[in-house]
Design a protein around this ligand. Structure first.
Ligand code: ZN
Ligand code: FE
Length: 257
């Protein structure tokens, strides 16, 4: 079993669609295809045949290409059972804790609701790859459209035990704006200072800041750090404040930032 080959396609204003290709079986998945044409072009350039579409949640900038890709390639569409009415063309319904096989590559399905209800992530441990949609972003997290702060904090905590070298393939390039906000929460975090310098450098050269790693997110992403004292203090809350409440306050501040 070899490692997945992962290809990143920037689409729309700031979305990333990913192709994950298993060289052993030839199986190829598109993760959250917002649109179809650039995905078909990339498949063509790579000489890959699309076998699956993996959807993290129902928003149109994640499922917009589903039906056109299915029609063009016959790919099977995978999504959360709870979201089956909102995921166009769904064929395979999965739920928290299920494993899903992309050829020979096994993914664990993790329910991480909050941005939407029924939001899932696909974790491929052998490939060190986490496709987390709009739950975790580089230095940020998704807005709470359908779930509560407490629920989102619970979801983000599920990611924290994953290995440091896990590559975080999130669905948007929001990192620069997230960095400006993160700075207001933790002014004295040296890891964050270093990371912001790297992000500026990358964006000046129009390079992606995604994927990041879970190790660096744990050290710098305020939304994964709601139980850290300096973060609590950074949003004006005392050391004994409940982390879910701290998370909710960080999210509220980001919404109006
Ligand atoms: Zn979304
Ligand atoms: Fe999105």
């Amino acid at each position: 079993m070899s490692r997945l080959v992962i290809d990143q396609i920037p689409v729309l204003t700031d979305n990333y669609v990913y192709l994950a290709h298993d060289p052993d079986s030839g199986a190829t998945a598109a993760i959250d295809p917002a649109v179809a044409p650039p995905v078909l072009e990339r498949l063509d350039a790579k000489g890959w045949r699309l076998t699956h579409i993996l959807n993290t949640h129902h928003h149109n900038d994640h499922v917009g290409g589903n039906l056109a890709l299915k029609q063009a390639t016959g790919a099977q569409i995978v999504g959360h059972r709870k979201d089956s009415a909102r995921i166009p063309g769904i064929d395979i319904e999965v739920a928290d804790g299920d494993s899903f096989l992309l050829g020979t590559a096994a993914a664990m399905v993790m329910e991480v609701s909050g941005h939407t209800i029924g939001h899932i992530a696909f974790w491929f441990p052998a490939s060190h790859a986490l496709f987390c949609g709009d739950t975790l972003f580089a230095l940020g997290c998704g807005r709470l459209f359908e779930g509560s702060g407490e629920q989102m904090w619970g979801s983000l905590k599920k990611f924290r035990p994953l290995p440091d070298d896990t590559l975080v393939y999130c669905a948007h390039e929001y990192t620069e704006a997230n960095a400006r906000f993160a700075r207001t929460v933790e002014r004295h975090n040296q890891d964050l200072t270093d990371r912001i310098a790297e992000i500026k450098e990358l964006r000046q050269h129009h390079k992606p800041t995604v994927p990041s790693t879970l190790g660096i997110e744990r050290k710098t992403n305020p939304f994964l750090r709601a139980d850290v004292e300096s973060v609590k203090a950074g949003v004006g809350l005392p050391p004994e404040a409940d982390p879910a409440q701290v998370f909710t306050e960080i999210r509220r501040r980001k919404d109006v930032f």
